[in-house]
Design a protein around this ligand. Structure first.
Ligand SMILES: [Zn+2]
Length: 523
């Protein structure tokens, strides 16, 4: 029997709080659902005291998925933070609270202005407080409390041992050792964890966890070194999202442990064929694209182009392949279906791509697929993924696009004419000029909806190959201090731009934005 490594996903907390990655509550719920299907052991759903939006998202995730996996919320070592976290989480059947306090000399002196003794006292007091709050629920006999000495990798080893020992004695069931600033190297981090194993007398009463940042590109390597030294939880994020250079990438640590089981001798409970689908979901939801040569989930991760490699592959796949594409749900650029593919074949194909849709959703994606076949000769897996994503980001349509027309070219004034229908039945037409057809379209949509957000980011990307590839447009706008994200997909990028921008406007109208700023980072 081998050990299991607890996979603690913090895409929705550490990942979400990094610049350009904010998600609204609906998007967080969708990512949480995918994390449950992926089989993560713990979802860190947010930092409830940071904002009302964070609180609401954690509460909804706790209610919806708290019986399927453990839902965790972050809090500083303050009663007010802990109360707020517990309030958001208390309805989850499986619940954890994660509290943190910085321990490194530089943080003690400049951030907290606290001496070692005060840090120890606060740790004990707040771990106990958290456990006591949770133990008020009758079914909780052993409160699931995680404690992080923030910036542990830069903390003096003997002081770190003292803090960890006292946190465990006070009731912490997991002690997380963060390399908050990405300063550690693999051998160094191995020694930090080993030192704790050897010098903390009660260390076996808690799980040791890693939380490594990627500032030196070592987050995954350091996490694996931690496992080798005895850590049994890894904190990580999908696509390695997170502050600055990000966190350890979940897909990489999981596939490293699985591929090198001969060496590490441990397992995870991750359903690995869901890795590529969730990577794509998180990339399109946040707008943070995955580089083509990214390990495990990049578009080129399984592409063999060199002739000598292809020859070897034909003889035996294992000559150049240490993982099979199917193991990670890899979706290549293989041409697939056409207009004459029936519903059955289409549903089977979706299954192989990792998607099992409810009937209504399936019908919508199938209708979109048939419509796409009329506009595009070859439909690729990536096109189908884009159609599925399009369905998943549905927003109440206060405004619906009835028709649009743009006019551009050199020597003329680019102009857009649009007709929208309001949910109360009104139809409004208007026209506006702009610097180009997309700009004109956005101006015209502002005029009709009478909303004037600031456009912060605009990206166009072809989702598959060929001149008739689907274009995917994402926009990020700010309106009254809140951020809104919109996405549109079409073979016509001007149309996709209009859909993306209108979706963001509809989110403003429905009040579905994410908060604009984040509270202090933890861990
Ligand atoms: Zn972090």
């Amino acid at each position: 029997m081998s050990d299991f490594i607890t996979i603690f996903d913090t895409t929705l907390r550490d990942g979400e709080q990094s610049p350009g990655c904010s998600m609204d509550t609906e998007q967080k719920l969708e990512v949480a659902k995918a994390l449950v299907e992926l089989g993560v052991d713990v979802i860190e759903a947010g930092f409830p005291i940071a904002s009302p939006g964070d609180f609401e998202a954690v509460q909804k995730i706790a209610r919806k998925f708290g019986d399927q996996t453990t839902i965790c919320g972050l809090a500083r070592c303050r009663a007010e933070d802990i109360d707020r976290a517990w309030e958001a989480l208390k309805e989850a059947q499986n619940v954890r609270i994660h509290i943190f306090l910085a321990t490194s000399p530089i943080h003690r002196e400049f951030k907290l202005k606290m001496a070692e003794e005060e840090i120890l006292k606060k740790t004990v007091e707040m771990v106990r407080y958290t456990a006591d709050q949770m133990a008020k629920r009758p079914d909780i006999t052993r409160p699931n409390v995680e404690f992080s000495p923030e910036d542990a990798a830069r903390t003096e080893p003997d002081f770190l041992c003292k803090v960890v020992e006292q946190a465990i004695a006070a009731g912490a069931t997991t002690v997380n050792i963060p390399d908050t600033v990405g300063y550690a190297t693999p051998n160094h981090f191995y020694k930090v964890i080993s030192y704790l194993k050897q010098n903390v007398p009660n260390i076996n009463q808690a799980v040791i966890s890693t939380h490594c940042h990627n500032d030196l590109g070592l987050a995954v390597a350091n996490s694996l070194a931690g496992v080798e030294a005895g850590a049994r939880q890894i904190e990580c994020t999908i696509n390695g999202l997170g502050e600055r250079a990000g966190n350890a990438a979940l897909e990489e640590v999981v596939m490293a442990l699985r591929t090198r089981k001969d060496y590490y001798g441990v397992d995870t409970r991750i359903n690995t064929p869901k890795l590529c689908p969730i990577s794509r979901l998180v990339a399109t939801t946040t707008g943070m694209r995955v580089q083509r040569n990214k390990a495990i989930v990049g578009q080129n991760a399984f592409a063999h182009e060199a002739g000598i490699h292809q020859h070897g592959m034909l003889q035996n796949r294992t000559t150049y392949e240490i993982m099979r594409p199917d193991d990670v749900g890899y979706v290549g650029q293989n041409m697939v279906l056409g207009k004459h593919s029936g519903r059955h074949a289409f549903r089977d194909h979706l299954k192989r791509m990792g998607h099992e849709l409810a009937d209504a959703d399936f019908q919508q994606v199938f209708d979109d697929f048939i419509a796409l076949c009329d506009r595009k000769k070859d439909v690729y897996d990536a096109d189908i993924s884009a159609l599925i994503d399009k369905r998943s980001s549905q927003v109440p349509e206060t405004w619906k696009l009835i028709s649009f027309h743009t006019f551009g070219g050199s020597g003329t004034i680019p102009t857009a004419t649009i007709e929208l229908q309001h949910s109360d039945g009104r139809r409004i037409q208007d026209a506006a000029p702009g610097d180009g057809p997309v700009d004109a379209l956005f101006h015209c949509l502002n005029r009709i909806t009478q909303l004037t957000p600031t456009l912060e980011d605009y990206q166009v990307r072809g989702v598959s190959s060929g001149k008739d590839a689907l274009g995917e447009v994402t926009v990020d706008v700010e309106h009254q201090g809140r951020k809104f994200h919109g996405k549109g997909v079409s073979t016509d990028i001007i149309e996709a731009s209009g859909h993306a921008y209108l979706q963001a406007l509809n989110k403003i109208a429905a009040g579905l934005g994410a908060k604009g700023t984040h509270a202090q980072h933890g861990g």
